[in-house]
Design a protein. Structure first.
Lengths: 268, 294, 239
């Protein structure tokens, strides 16, 4: 069987298409690359969706944390503290328990016990908390002059936020946010490892890597393959975020731009 | 533990609980708390050392060293820690034993890899086959610390590299104007000043490190999450004097409180250190401190 | 180096053996009645008792080590302990990588357990990941739901996440017995695997020979059968 056949059979196995049974003997490198790659679909799915949805919530929580009103500030502070202060491992465990009990009372919630939705929600809340802390830190370091200038132009409320505060906050927080994105993609490997059950052997990259490690009893091939895929993914994330960073800083002179990029910010 | 614990089946309520929580098996989880704290205490400085080495290497003018530093930082940061832990400890252990094998048994005529087996001579085993149990435990712990330090060292290197770049160029130029050599400027000017820029990143790294401890069982150190799962799972009366249904929820709740508390304490301490480091620095926060005092 | 030594089996051995190499016995510690951690925090169970007896008969000093199930074979072949005695069924694919002693339990049956005796074993079936049962469910066409630990597979049946669980029958019997009728065996037993044996490195023929002989002597004088009955009940299969 050629490698192309393997790719045709297993390329989308993680979504349930192709061969139903996983390979059980005579494991080839091609099979390992294909299946682990197929599992990466889930890692990218979790990472991307959680990142996008988390970004919106993070902005709101960061604003809440910076608010004077304690009714806004306190919940935001607690949200960030609980999700940043506990291991994702434990968050997955509690979420799965909670979703199960919700499901037994209200059948509406049954999709939550599947990783596709349930784990996504946990990752979404988790990354929102971490990003909110980064954005909050950035919010605190917005130069006073920028806000005074906005006031001088007669901006207030929404337009001041939309045109001055928000872009500056993103610009300052971006290097740290890039790190957060990398960590989030790494954290997606925990979904099937600790939290949610794997249905019909549709798992993520780590699931297939450990499947092969278990079948071949040799951890030195599948895990480095997994590492290889993640290095590629990390490079892609760094590239994309670098493009956004360049756009956020396009008004600055060359020299200043690179300095801002290298200034250490909060990493996760 | 207590004298009344001889027949737990007859006990109830708090007395039962006091016996239950002091069984030999529960002692293991209390020990695990200590192990985790000790590991954190040793790993943090070690990782910082690796990070310092990595960052200095990456800044080096000697190209191969600089490549080495940069590759170390980007490769290890690119890989999820969990994937790294799953094969790296075994590799590390084999590497140590292989080196010892080459040194101690030069006349060995058999292959080191016999099929799937990794076989070294008895003298090269780490620890030696007849070593006491605490030696094995300590060695396993040492490997876990080393693996953690390598992974987190890469992140620390990234933070320190950024911090070294962030020290105002003028400071180094002034040092050069005073006739300091590169080495002197590095150790006397750059290193003392970089910490204030590195601390936010490093304190975040510390928080991540705390939260990576549930992965310790992958490295063979049985950590608190491992024991919480093991103790919390439902127990049948045939194998224990303390049967109970699935109690993992309560164990995990206790862990949640432990981690949240530990995070809070860390935050307070790191805040203090930051305020201390900021003093007299040419940053906005340092300026604010000066004004507040005046 | 996945290991944490829980206890040293201080065996009554002659003083002359004090200098002998220690044999390190790797087990999981989470699979009663085969092996588990007892209230005192020590490895206990059928395999603990069996292993200690085998070591005594083979005149070896043994030491117990626990290791995560997923990496139990890689750690054996890389020499971190010398045997696996962890309820491991003898299968062809495992046999390609390590050697097994002769089996010390007869080929054991696996069984389905559900909330009632007519649960649907072709529906959603839970199994521990990386076991022969998981592989079997994948082949039957039922929807396989995999969990990292055996505990979680049982919990999944209890909370309705899965219709049934497939696991070693010996593991399931005490759980079903103590569930007050909540759980029940479903259908016929499923024969899987070739009995349970001790795993040793392929390059370790001498050790394998010693344990083979010890197991044979226990089979011959009936002590093995008595031990099986003690831990698995009177209905258990014996030699």
């Amino acid at each position: 069987m050629s490698c192309w056949d393997t790719i045709a059979d297993y390329g989308l196995r993680s979504l349930g298409h192709g061969e139903r049974l996983l390979p059980r003997s005579d494991f080839t490198l091609c099979q390992q690359f294909t299946l682990i790659g197929s599992g990466m679909i889930w890692n990218i799915y979790f990472g991307t969706l959680a990142l996008i949805s988390g970004f919106v919530l993070a902005t709101a929580v960061a604003m809440g944390k910076a608010a004077r009103n304690p009714w806004l500030r306190k919940p935001a502070e607690w949200f960030v503290f609980v999700f940043r202060g506990s291991p994702l491992f434990i968050q997955f465990f509690f979420a799965y328990f909670l979703f199960l009990s919700l499901k037994s009372t209200y059948p509406v919630f049954s999709p939550l016990t599947a990783a596709a939705l349930g784990a996504l929600i946990v990752l979404f809340l988790n990354t929102a908390a971490y990003s909110a802390e980064i954005f909050y830190g950035a919010l605190q370091s917005i130069p006073k002059g920028d806000i005074e200038a906005a006031d001088a132009y007669g901006m207030s409320g929404w337009s001041r936020f939309r045109r001055v505060i928000w872009p500056t906050m993103l610009r300052l927080g971006w290097p740290a946010y890039t790190n957060e994105a990398i960590f989030l993609f790494h954290a997606t490997t925990l979904v099937f490892f600790s939290g949610f059950p794997t249905i019909k052997q549709k798992g993520d990259a780590l699931y297939y890597a450990s499947y092969f490690a278990d079948k071949t009893f040799n951890p030195f091939i599948p895990y480095p393959i997994l590492a290889f895929y993640f290095i590629l993914l990390t490079l892609a994330v760094i590239f994309l975020f670098g493009r956004v960073n360049a756009r956020l800083n396009r008004h600055l002179p060359q020299e200043t731009r690179s300095r801002i990029r290298l200034r250490p910010q909060l990493i996760r | 533990m207590f004298s009344y614990c001889t027949d737990p089946g007859t006990l109830e309520g708090l007395t039962w609980l006091s016996c239950y929580l002091t069984t030999g098996k529960h002692q293991s989880i209390y020990w695990a708390v200590g192990t985790v704290l000790l590991l954190l205490a040793i790993t943090a400085p070690t990782a910082l050392l690796f990070g310092f080495g990595g960052a200095s290497a990456a800044r080096s003018r000697f190209a191969p060293l600089s490549w080495f530093g940069k590759i170390y930082i980007s490769v290890v940061r690119g890989v999820p820690d969990i994937a790294f832990f799953l094969f790296f400890v075994i590799a590390l252990d084999q590497a140590f034993e292989w080196v010892r094998h080459k040194v101690k048994c030069p006349d060995w005529d058999q292959e080191v890899w016999q099929g799937n087996d990794f076989v070294v001579c008895a003298e090269a085993k780490l620890p030696l086959g007849n070593a006491a149990q605490w030696v094995h435990e300590t060695y396993g712990f040492f490997l876990a610390v080393l693996t953690f330090a390598i992974v987190f060292g890469a992140f620390a290197a990234n933070v320190l590299y950024g911090a070294m770049q962030a020290v105002p160029r003028a400071q180094i130029e002034t040092a050069e104007a005073y006739g300091m050599s590169n080495r002197q400027a590095f150790w006397r000017i750059l290193v003392p000043q970089m910490w204030v820029y590195a601390l936010p990143g490093l304190s975040n790294l510390w928080m991540v490190l705390i939260k990576a401890t549930p992965l310790l069982f992958l490295l063979g150190v049985e950590d608190i999450v491992y024991w919480a799962r093991e103790l919390g799972g439902s127990k049948t009366a045939q194998f224990t004097d303390y049967p109970h249904p699935d109690w993992r929820m309560w164990y995990f709740a206790a862990l949640l409180i432990f981690y949240l508390g530990f995070t809070r304490v860390s935050e307070i301490v790191l805040d203090k250190i930051m305020r201390r480091l900021t003093k007299g620095q040419a940053t906005m926060a340092g300026e604010a401190q000066r004004k507040a005092a005046a | 180096m996945n290991k944490l030594i829980l206890s040293v089996a201080a065996l009554a051995l002659s003083a002359g053996l004090a200098s002998a190499q220690t044999v390190r016995m790797g087990t999981e510690g989470a699979y009663p009645p085969y092996n588990f951690i007892n209230d005192a925090g020590e490895v206990d169970g059928f395999e603990r008792e069996l292993g200690d007896e085998l070591c005594a008969r083979a005149e070896l000093t043994c030491e117990w080590v626990t290791n995560d199930w997923d990496s139990i074979i890689p750690n054996l072949v890389s020499g971190n302990y010398d045997t696996i005695i962890a309820g491991m069924s003898i299968t062809d694919e495992r046999d390609e990588v390590i050697d097994f002693t002769q089996n010390y339990t007869p080929p054991a049956a696996s069984a389905y357990v559900g909330l009632s005796a007519d649960a649907d074993v072709t529906g959603i079936v839970a199994a521990q990941a990386a076991t022969i049962q998981a592989a079997h469910v994948a082949e039957t066409g039922a929807t396989l739901l995999e969990f990292p630990t055996p505990d979680e597979t049982i919990a999944a049946v209890r909370n309705g996440e899965a219709d049934a669980v497939l696991a070693d029958k010996d593991f399931l019997v005490p759980i079903v017995n103590e569930s007050n009728g909540e759980l029940a065996f479903v259908g016929e037993d499923v024969p899987l695997g070739g009995g349970i044996g001790m795993g040793v490195r392929e390059s370790d023929g001498e050790l394998k020979g010693k344990f083979d002989a010890a197991i044979q002597s226990m089979k011959d004088d009936g002590t093995l059968n008595a031990m099986i009955k003690k831990w698995f009940g009177d209905e258990a299969l014996v030699f």
